[in-house]
Design a binder for this molecule. Structure first.
Ligand code: 173
Length: 320
């Protein structure tokens, strides 16, 4: 009799997480970008919303930026479940799979990606290859630029040392730059010491870490589409109840739906750069087009070479 009661009790305990009484779960989240960046401000506002509406269901605990986990190790930490979530860009976790860096090449919006099968395909690849759930894109509508401390008059970076991440590496190398990879947190020092003569970065955010103090020129046009997203450990995600998963996905969509904000912010940041004395370097129309097209040609060629099995499908789904 005692044995039977024991078995019933054990069965009930085992079933509990599946029922409506699932316990509140707290996910630790790390940022691959420094804490004093606009991205982290935007992130913290979102976490506030998630936590206030998610009482008793799901909470996110922000544990910090690259001081907690170095930028280029964040992807691995989420994949392994050391933390359950991160805000990162794909370029920071190409050590898990080359595909991570493909999202910068998107010419269709995140909203469109949810409709045309791209979001689904990204999730298939992210889950199978990196044990990551790709929850939501929180930065788009944002070109990258080349910023310089020295003037150029044509798109030839011969003799220049440029700070990169995987985002820019192949393109700047194709323009004959010597490339040096650093996380965002090391750009200021690299500029200050003259280790680099310039860097790749989106149109926004150069004031966050004071790089404006050391930047003389921005090269136009911009290229690609800066991507910052929320990724989740697949193992941790699988342990959530259906209700918790649904809540997290809903909150991801809510975050993604704010992305038009970047259009306004980018216009403000462009004006702020001009006001602070950063000069723009432009090329004639034909050269500018060649520069811009080359970014995509080189970017997709490198992606398809590194990921021949998935690169072509990513290209099809993300290109216009
Ligand atoms: O560090 C970087 O320059 C980088 O790769 C990146 C990607 C997306 C947004 C901001 C920076």
């Amino acid at each position: 009799m005692v044995g039977v009661r024991h078995t019933v009790a054990a069965a009930l305990v085992a079933l509990a997480p599946l029922g409506a009484q699932a316990q509140e779960v707290t996910f630790k989240l790390v940022s691959a970008f420094p804490e004093n960046s606009n991205y982290v401000q935007h992130l913290e506002a979102w976490i506030g919303n998630v936590n206030s509406a998610g009482k008793g269901l799901l909470q996110i605990e922000f544990i910090g930026g690259p001081k907690a986990i170095p930028t280029f190790e964040v992807g691995k930490a989420v994949s392994n479940g050391v933390v359950q979530m991160a805000m990162s860009t794909g370029a920071f976790y190409t050590n898990l799979m080359p595909e991570a860096d493909a999202l910068k090449l998107a010419q269709v919006t995140a909203a469109e990606q949810r409709k045309n099968g791209a979001y689904e395909y990204i999730n298939k690849v992210w889950r199978e290859k990196a044990k990551l759930v790709y929850l939501a894109r929180m930065v788009e509508h944002t070109p990258f630029h080349l910023y310089l401390t020295k003037k150029i008059d044509k798109p030839d970076l011969t003799g220049l040392k440029i700070r990169v991440t995987p985002v820019y590496r192949d393109f700047f190398q194709a323009l004959h730059a010597t490339v040096v990879q650093t996380p965002p947190g090391e750009v200021y020092t690299a500029l200050e010491r003259g280790t680099v003569d310039g860097y790749g970065w989106p149109i926004h955010g150069i004031f966050d870490l004071k790089w404006n103090e050391l930047t003389k020129y921005r090269v136009d046009p911009g290229f690609y589409n800066a991507e910052v997203s929320i990724i989740v450990s697949l193992d941790a995600y699988k342990k959530l109840s259906a209700k918790q998963r649904e809540y997290l996905e809903q909150q991801g969509i809510a975050l993604e739906s704010l992305n038009d904000r970047w259009k306004r912010y980018n216009a403000e940041e462009t004006a702020r750069q001009a006001k602070s004395g950063i000069q723009t370097i432009t090329f004639d129309a034909a050269t500018a087009k060649k520069y811009y097209d080359m970014a995509y040609t080189v970017g997709w060629a490198a992606m398809i070479k590194a990921a021949p099995d998935t690169g072509p499908q990513l290209k099809k789904l993300l290109s216009k």
